[in-house]
Design a protein around this ligand. Structure first.
Ligand SMILES: Cc1ncc(COP(=O)(O)O)c(C=O)c1O
Length: 717
């Protein structure tokens, strides 16, 4: 947030009034402004140096009139005054007046590469001028090339692709294939799921507001493993038991399949409880069924941590369906399965006129290349994690936020008027959406009650878009500038920092702090020293070194601790030019470079690589942090949960407002946890922060045990 000290009237003058604007135009006066104009908090949209072409087409009113007269009355629009969107570029949309909007919905999780991404557009144009449609009755390389590329993104034996034109069609086909392959009819889907709206898929969709009163046979709906609203909270195994019961008491004991979204999209970005899918997977296998992953919303790198959503659940499905992000907006869907299962379709003719259309598949291939080259999966992970953290922080400020959830750039914020009762605040969602639109930000909504913001932007979304505004980090960085100006000659030797302060109590540096400090130090002629003693060697999970989470490259990096897995060893790494200064005198260290220590160091690097410990620190650390954050709702004594990877901190306070350190309670909980068999550290200036920095081979069960022990110990306080 940028705190304007000028009046709104004058701030408005910063923005161009021409029809072709590069910047967002600020509304006359948004409802969320405070009454005090001098201190109003006004979000500022990040710069985007692009001017859309002037629009001369029909205006909103005329389109709305035509739509009312000639299009289905079932079609609805967002916003009291619907937007006429006429142009798009990357993560931005433009209306008929050239006003720019930050697109936080991405055409419903579809425009993954960014609006009108030049590579995708070019692929479409190139293909269109050659041959636009021929059907798969003739050979054409576009469909074959894309099928090959898509299959290469799949694990296991998932190598055969059928193209369709939508997610609904893909799921219809997947359900039919599973019925044919197993000879069974019964399919199980989750309550609150959305899988499409044709005859079969409407049966699998399980929200009454999306189900028409027509025949929808052969689908059973199991309890939704919804950690926020579900009966068993985050206990995936208990929900999984319902699938077992359903098969035993509601079917012949054999089923055709189980269809699921790794994160429910239309249902309101609902993550499946941990441990649910592996249990359900084995239940379905025992009942002879196939597992179908509906990746229509989760696929194509959206969840950040993996390319496919199901990969976050440690299973490999038998059939994967996809659409939305597959073609960045071009109508396309697909079903991928194994060669053996795919054979069932040879029993009759199976044909789809537009399926595998060369223009659509050329777009699909371009999408895969863009995701790869522009590292959109990594970006979805980094920006999504950052955005989620900022949204979680908002929860402390606004009681109306009941839950923040999701993964990567598939995030949900559920509004409730009462946190205890979880009363859906759907009217407020509409109000906030409208107000955000006035400020230039578009988000979606969903959930059974319509009370969940769905944040599914193009995957090129960046941290400025996520924060959208000046972050506190920039203000802190200003202090370094002042310090140099008023406390030194104006030149400094250097700046030393921990990417996450360890002994200080796992304190993360505010977003945007380091890039700003970096340039300040450079201007003052100094070197930037990253002290990686605690953060290095894969501990933060997202990167091997902590400084890499701050988008800077330091001049000197220091390390110890994790370098030798416990053997006494430390190191300083710098550039050849800087290193030369030590040749001015003798520099010697008796044990520095000791062969035993350095042999251990080399072994450590190999183990981290081979055992994928960085990945594990990320996966288990993210899971552990989420569980610790959930504990915060239960125990008022938890003031803050923070950190990254397996470098986590839990700060205890006796009063959340005053942040009074609860150091005695930390000792008590530590002792009680020890009695239960769990050891954690403590730190922070006041000694009131648990430091959770286990070996990086820690697994999810270990994480569960730690959280359960902490929960139990805190309950006794
Ligand atoms: C998870 C999921 N599956 C299937 C579908 C249906 O896709 P389509 O609208 O392309 O038919 C959707 C649409 O939102 C979806 O979110």
């Amino acid at each position: 947030m940028y705190r304007f000290v000028t009046s709104l009237r004058s701030s408005k003058d910063h923005f161009s009034r021409s029809g072709r604007r590069c910047f967002a135009r600020v509304p006359e006066r948004a409802t969320s402004f405070s009454d005090n104009e001098e201190t109003s908090v006004l979000p500022v949209m990040p710069r985007f140096d692009y001017a859309p072409p002037a629009y001369t087409g029909p205006k909103a009113d005329e389109i709305a009139r035509k739509r009312k007269e000639f299009l289905s009355p079932s079609m609805f629009c967002f916003y009291k005054k619907p937007l006429n969107i006429v142009h798009g570029r990357m993560q931005y949309l433009f209306d008929e007046n050239g006003r720019r909007y930050l697109d936080g919905f991405g055409g419903i999780a579809t425009v993954n590469c960014g609006h009108c991404h030049p590579d995708v557009v070019q692929a479409i144009v190139n293909q269109t001028v050659n041959i636009q449609h021929s059907t798969i009755l003739y050979l054409n390389h576009a469909v074959a090339d894309f099928a090959e590329a898509l299959a290469s993104k799949m694990p296991g034996d998932l190598k055969v692709v059928f193209f369709t034109n939508s997610g609904t069609e893909a799921n219809e086909l997947a359900m039919m294939i599973s019925r044919l392959y197993t000879g069974c009819q019964d399919i199980i889907s989750l309550r609150n799921a959305y899988h499409g709206n044709a005859a079969g898929t409407m049966g699998a969709t399980a929200m009454c507001n999306w189900k028409f009163n027509v025949v929808q046979s052969g689908v059973h709906h199991t309890q939704n493993p919804d950690p926020y609203r579900g009966a068993f909270e985050s206990d995936g195994e208990k929900y999984a038991k319902d699938v077992e019961d359903l098969i035993q008491f509601g079917t012949s004991g054999q089923v055709a399949g189980f269809i699921f979204e790794a994160i429910q999209g239309v249902g309101g970005i609902v993550e499946l409880a941990p441990n649910y899918m592996p249990n359900v997977y084995s239940t379905i296998k025992k009942a002879g069924g196939l597992v179908i992953a509906d990746e229509v919303q989760c696929g194509f790198a959206r969840t950040g941590s993996n390319f496919w959503g199901f990969q976050n659940h440690d299973i490999v499905p038998d059939i994967v369906t996809m659409a939305k992000g597959i073609g960045n907006g071009i109508p396309l869907g697909a079903v991928v399965t194994t060669p053996e299962i795919a054979k069932v379709l040879t029993r009759r003719n199976y044909f789809n006129t537009f399926g595998g259309n060369p223009v659509s598949t050329a777009a699909g291939l371009a999408v895969l290349k863009v995701i790869e080259r522009e590292k959109l999966q990594e970006n979805a992970h980094v920006v999504g994690t950052y955005l989620k953290e900022r949204l979680i922080a908002l929860k402390d400020k606004h009681d109306i936020i009941g839950d923040v959830r999701g993964r990567g750039l598939l995030l949900g914020v559920e509004l409730v008027t009462d946190r205890e009762l979880k009363t859906p605040a759907n009217a407020q969602v509409l109000e906030v959406m409208d107000s955000m639109k006035d400020l230039g930000v578009l988000v979606g909504k969903g959930g059974f009650y319509g009370n969940v913001f769905r944040i599914t932007p193009p995957l090129c979304f960046n941290k400025q878009d996520a924060g959208a505004f000046e972050s506190d980090g920039e203000k802190y960085a200003k202090d370094v500038e002042d310090l140099i100006q008023f406390g030194t000659s104006g030149q400094v030797a250097g700046f030393i920092f921990e990417a996450i302060q360890g002994v200080g109590g796992i304190v993360e540096l505010a977003p945007n702090y380091m890039p700003n400090v970096y340039s300040t130090i450079k201007k003052a002629g100094g070197l930037v020293i990253a002290d990686e003693v605690q953060c290095g060697f894969a501990r933060t999970g997202s990167n091997f070194w902590g400084f890499q989470n701050h988008d800077i490259v330091p001049d000197i990096v220091t390390m110890a601790k994790g370098i030798g897995n416990g053997i006494p060893l430390g190191a300083v790494v710098t550039t050849p030019e800087i290193a030369k200064v030590l040749t001015r005198r003798n520099y010697f260290n008796t044990f520095g470079g000791n062969p035993v220590s350095t042999a251990a160091g080399l072994a450590v690097l190999k183990v981290i690589e081979r055992e994928k410990l960085q990945e594990n620190a990320h996966v288990v650390g993210t899971y552990l942090k989420e569980r610790l954050i959930a504990l915060k709702d239960k125990h008022d004594i938890i003031g803050d949960v923070r950190g990254r990877g397996l470098l986590l901190g839990v700060e205890l306070v006796t009063d959340r407002e005053l942040k009074t350190p609860a150091n005695a309670q930390v000792l008590e909980v530590m002792d009680s946890m020890k009695d239960l068999g769990v050891l954690v550290g403590k730190g922070g200036f006041y000694g009131n922060v648990f430091r959770i920095t286990p070996p990086l081979c820690f697994n999810k069960q270990d994480a569960d045990f730690l959280v359960d022990a902490m929960d139990y110990s805190m309950s006794k306080l």
